[in-house]
Design a protein around this ligand. Sequence first.
Ligand SMILES: *Cc1c(COP(=O)(O)O)cnc(C)c1O
Length: 364
Amino acid sequence: MKFNKHLESIKTYEAGKPIELVVREFGIEPKDIVKLASNENPYGCSQKVKDAVSHIVSNMALYPDDSMIKLKSALGSRFDVENGNIIIGSGSDQVIEFAIHAKTNASSKILMNSVTFAMYEIYAKHVGAEVIRTASQKHDLDEFYAAYVKHKPQMIFLCTPNNPTGDAIDASELFAFLEKIDSETLVVVDGAYMEYAILKDASKKVQPKELIEKFDNVLYLGTFSKAYGLGGMRVGYGISSEKIINELYKLRPPFNITTLSLEAATVALSDEEFVNKSIVSNFEEMKRYEEFANENKIDIIESYTNFVTLCLNEAQNSTHISNELLKQGMIVRNLSSYNLNAIRVTVGKKEQNDRFFELVSKLI
Ligand SMILES: *Cc1c(COP(=O)(O)O)cnc(C)c1O
């Protein structure tokens, strides 16, 4: 059977290996498995969320509120924007999908960083758009601008902080860059880890309100999967001008978020204390990764997120190391598919990190 030609060059997205597969493949007990592969919050989610969703379970027959009014209002007051500036996706992944489908087609170009979130390219390929990448590993906005002038892309992705490297763009540089981009080009600013960056360094803080007040061609993305500890609930959001949101809405399937997920995300937003506490612990534990890397002569990229990227030296092979770790129940992310001899490790709880240091010490 022949399929859409655009799909031929897509490599299926390889998510962090699920615990369930490690249980089956290696016969390891779930309790002995440590998953530091998908940048989930190791401290889980707010107790308030757990209490709230248990009430929802008694009313699952009805479709969810498709206006998503409670969650939109909660996001609206958090970010000081109108409900009409917000779209909710099944993860911010889905908003990326809407945006690419809304803006581009097989004759379009999409500009992104050399190393960045893999889903941008996958969705670009859905529509047959050409992907243009900058050269440097970190976002270099001069390179972005040169590529913008040269290729005239219809769409630009900026991921700050960036996954899988953890570095972040200075907000002032970002705004200066956006000033130079024409209003026909859709610029996506993916802030999946913004909560972390803000707590580490205020100069990285990008506020969606300021973005959309100044620019009507910018789409900001956020997610509940990382700092809010709701990866299993699949909720993300886009914030943009009403015009862009209305276009994205044309692609949204009805009821794309479950009642349970809507409630969880709404309540999660109300417990800032939980989120802040887990971010503080994250950066405390991250210091231990920096020390570990220094002691073992491994390069570590300065990270504004809840993960670290360890760039291995020639004597160490990221595929070998991540496979050996897997056999012992430790799941990390091998970055060989990004052409990097590096592993990305979600900063876990103290005892999870202890185990990582212990196992890796034996392998290098
Ligand atoms: C995790 C992540 C997302 C989206 O995650 P969802 O779970 O789909 O909300 C988006 N962008 C980046 C850079 C991410 O790391």
